[in-house]
Design a binder for this molecule. Structure first.
Ligand SMILES: Nc1nc2c(ncn2[C@@H]2O[C@H](COP(=O)(O)OP(=O)(O)OP(=O)(O)O)[C@@H](O)[C@H]2O)c(=O)[nH]1
Ligand SMILES: [Zn+2]
Length: 394
């Protein structure tokens, strides 16, 4: 139970008066990993495993956190089975783990929802949590079974640099090896994300996209669980299917979500502050992609080593791809990553979720065997990305 005093305002953290966006914030940010995956895939099993494992960190685990953008008129929210409503609350249960011991705590809800009084976003609720408790090393957030990480990730990621006390470390998607192919091929209405509900007249050349697709396309790590329920051939088929959607996610195979190492699998991912083509890729050619999955794919666009003019040109290409003028684009980009090699010997990194992207300085020696520059896009109908925007066609 919480013993925190709800009357006292949250402490202000490191209010230096400097509101400029700093590349090297002085406050230590608490990394958050979002754990997503379809109903019953093994998310809670994973978190329970983590709670009992030795990791030397104080981890706040939020089970079935419901986070959504926008307003939240009512609390409690109607439990409709989807979480695309206007709720921005985090359900009460919070478990804090340290040194293999865990304790249940409750997040105090003010005015029915802790975030109302702070900011109109679920991120604020977590910031408030961090500011009250102060001493977390890490936050793990389990989203309920049918969450679209495309809505959740930018809330944390965009807050980064804006003096937020938390930063997105990565997205882990737990996949049920036994049932995933069915979810991808024959999604039920509940398995369709909201945007598919809106498509009344469905374009038959664009197969239905399920929530399972979205969870895979946004994943940095895929925990391929319930492998005790499939044979080797099925497991290989599932792996191939996942890689055809997201060629850069790292796949970790588990039974009862028992990951052999927490670091790099659930903790310390740095997925938004590093670029890795992943151990699984890239063996996909620049525009070609596998047709194993008709809905989503990964493409890999190669660029040369860039001088200043080349860098501007590439920025222009990226803007044209992600923010095309005119009507709705015939494709969707869910995730963008890139590593740019510059003629002056430095590197830049691209990170993007949906329309938002960010180019930052990369470590001087990124762990890559890439010769030139590379942009990786994960999304839908990427063969329709106009090829004249691609550098290689000029
Ligand atoms: N056979 C088998 N069962 C598993 C495995 N992992 C988890 N389960 C079982 O599957 C059921 C669902 O697991 P959870 O961890 O609750 O799944 P979840 O993703 O948190 O489910 P929701 O919160 O409902 O979305 C439980 O009964 C688990 O014991 C596995 O690797 N193999
Ligand atoms: Zn669960």
């Amino acid at each position: 139970m919480s013993d925190s005093d709800e009357e006292s305002p949250p402490d202000l953290v490191d209010a230096t008066g400097d509101t400029s966006i700093s590349a090297t914030p002085s406050t230590k940010k608490v990394p958050i990993t979002i754990i997503t995956g379809y109903l019953g895939a093994g998310k809670t099993t994973l978190l329970n495993y983590i709670l009992t494992a030795e990791h030397g960190k104080k981890i706040a685990v939020i089970l079935n956190g419901k986070l959504g953008p926008g307003q939240h008129e009512s609390y409690p929210p109607a439990n409709t089975g989807t979480e695309f409503g206007n709720t921005a609350d985090i359900e009460k249960s919070l478990t804090v783990a340290q040194d293999g011991q865990s304790a249940e705590e409750w997040i105090p809800l003010q005015n029915g929802c802790i975030c109302c009084s702070v900011k109109d976003s679920g991120v604020a609720a977590l910031e408030s949590l961090v500011e009250r408790q102060k001493n977390f090393d890490y936050i793990l957030l389990e989203t309920t079974g049918v969450a679209d990480p495309g809505n959740i990730a930018p809330m944390f990621w965009m807050d980064e640099g804006l003096n937020s006390s938390i930063c997105l470390d990565g997205i882990v998607t737990v996949v049920d090896a036994k049932n995933i192919l069915k979810s991808l091929d024959e999604p039920t209405r509940e398995e369709l994300p909201e945007l598919e509900h809106e498509h009344h007249e469905h374009d038959p050349s664009s197969p239905l996209m399920s929530t399972a697709h979205l969870q895979i396309s946004h994943a940095d790590i895929i925990i391929l669980n319930k492998t005790d329920l499939v044979d080797t051939d099925e497991l290989e088929a599932v792996k191939a299917r996942i890689l055809s959607i997201n060629a850069v996610a790292q796949i970790v195979v588990t039974n009862h979500s028992r990951v052999s190492s927490l670091s790099g699998t659930v903790l310390d991912l740095s997925a938004y502050s590093s670029f890795s083509a992943g151990p699984n890729g890239p063996d996909f050619s620049s525009k070609g992609h596998s047709h194993l999955d008709p809905t989503l794919s990964t493409i890999n666009i190669s660029f040369p080593v860039l001088d200043e003019a080349g860098f501007s040109k590439l920025e222009g290409c990226l803007e044209n791809i992600l923010w095309p003028s005119g009507n709705a684009k015939p494709y969707e980009v869910h995730r963008t990553k890139g590593l740019l090699r510059l003629t002056n010997g430095t590197f830049k990194m691209i990170q993007g979720v949906r329309e938002i992207f960010d180019i930052t300085d990369a470590p001087s020696d990124p762990d890559q065997a890439i010769e030139g520059s590379r942009v990786v896009l994960i999304g839908r109908n990427l063969d329709r990305v106009p090829s004249d925007l691609g550098w290689h066609d000029k």
